[in-house]
Design a protein around this ligand. Structure first.
Ligand SMILES: C[S@@+](CC[C@H](N)C(=O)[O-])C[C@H]1O[C@@H](n2cnc3c(N)ncnc32)[C@H](O)[C@@H]1O
Length: 382
């Protein structure tokens, strides 16, 4: 904690206000708030939640960097994939959790003008919605009329649906297997602040934990993201014609619930530091957990939808021509080229984002041979 940059006065006040709200919730809940509810409030509480507040969040001056912030070649590659699928649908693009709006701008700037009809953004954070509108207005005012924010999921989709690092931002359950059974983890109030508490897991959560967690060792703590799974299931159900692509960090189930991963993947991000304790800097720190892609695949394919592919981010970007886009930059001695090479290396390097990040896709009533999934097929691992 000592090495973390301090909160400024406003942030400290907002953090205290949010902690007071959560303290009340814990009291109303007889001293135990499930972790999933704590995470939901810490990230999305109307005024003081991490994604609701005015804090910078994404990028160099925020708490974490995402692929679109590193280089516009990420968006260019995605546009290759979108361009292949879009003619088979009504030409609508749906981006979930559009962050700063940079990915939307990079994609639109790459797509030929007549290939898309509408670019819809579905964003929970009102603050980010405003930033997206401002960025779009500044960069591509000529297309602003074709870019619309939706405040809820459409009842049916026809188009290309996608999100980068959205599933990991959905509140997850934390469970712990002990010698005497499986527990649902939560938070309680102590004189020193919030702390972990637990109660016996029951119902669907118990069923899922018993199915997913390894026999041993104990104690074994991990996450289950039922909300992300329900979200993907709903979209799979509502998709009519088109495709759905999710990019995020995570693993197949065997690797996720590996016996050696005894403390799960839950982590906080604050000004480019990782923080292990989720109960500090509440509302000022991002909270996230990795994705169990086997569960995402199961959730989607429980509906009438085709599985398209599962691969690494590196393989996906290479298949979509990232090295050609790099070559298009020309002068290899220019500052732009040198900076872009560094960013591309980060996206592709197996020890950075290349292998930890995965791409998973589903389609309905469209050609299943997607350009991004031609190089490396990891679907047997799911
Ligand atoms: C880690 S950020 C990623 C932002 C952006 N996609 C990027 O790559 O920079 C997560 C984003 O997902 C949004 N989000 C989380 N749950 C969502 C949901 N159910 N619907 C729409 N957006 C959501 C957050 O508000 C935030 O914009």
């Amino acid at each position: 904690m000592n090495t973390l940059p301090p909160l400024n006065e406003q942030a400290a006040d907002d953090c205290a206000a949010l902690c007071a709200e959560i303290t009340d919730k814990i009291k109303q809940n007889n001293g135990f708030l499930p972790f999933v509810d704590y995470m939901n409030w810490a990230l999305y509480a109307p005024k003081y939640g991490y994604y609701s507040g005015r804090n910078e969040k994404i990028g160099r001056y925020g708490d974490f960097a995402t692929a679109p912030q590193l280089t516009d070649l990420f968006g260019k590659c995605l546009s290759q994939q979108i361009q292949q699928i879009l003619p088979q649908t009504a030409g609508n693009i749906y981006e979930f959790g559009a962050g700063t709006g940079k990915l939307a701008v990079d994609i639109i700037q790459t797509l030929p003008e007549n290939t898309w009809q509408n670019y819809y953004i579905i964003e929970l954070s009102a603050d980010l919605q405003q930033r997206q509108r401002d960025y779009i207005q500044q960069k591509i005012p000529q297309y602003a009329h074709k870019i619309k924010h939706l405040d809820r999921l459409p009842e049916t989709f026809d188009g290309f649906v996608f999100g980068n690092e959205v599933l990991d931002a959905m509140p997850c359950e934390v469970v712990e297997k002990r010698k005497d059974g499986i527990y649902r983890m939560g938070v309680t109030n102590t004189p020193q602040g919030f702390d972990w508490a637990s109660e016996k897991a029951t119902g669907f959560l118990l069923e899922q934990a018993a199915f997913r967690l390894p026999e041993s060792p104990t104690p074994y703590r991990t996450e289950i993201n039922l909300q992300a799974e329900a979200f993907v299931r709903t979209l799979a159900e509502r998709l009519n014609y088109g495709g759905m692509l999710w990019i995020d960090y995570g693993f197949d189930r065997k690797e996720y619930y590996h016996p050696q991963r005894t403390m799960g993947t839950l982590i906080g991000h604050y000004r480019h530091h990782t923080v292990g304790n989720p109960f500090v800097l509440t509302g000022q720190m991002d909270l996230t957990a990795h994705i169990d892609f086997s569960a995402i695949a199961d959730a989607a394919t429980s509906q009438d939808i085709d599985f398209i592919g599962y691969t690494t981010q590196a393989a996906f970007l290479l298949s979509c021509g990232i090295t050609d886009f790099l070559a298009d930059l020309g002068d290899t001695a220019s500052e732009t080229y040198i900076k872009t090479v560094a960013a591309v290396q980060k996206l592709l390097n197996p020890h950075e984002m290349g292998e930890l990040f995965k791409c998973i896709a589903f389609g309905k009533n469209i050609d299943p041979d997607w350009v991004g999934f031609r190089n490396l097929d990891l679907s047997a691992k799911l």
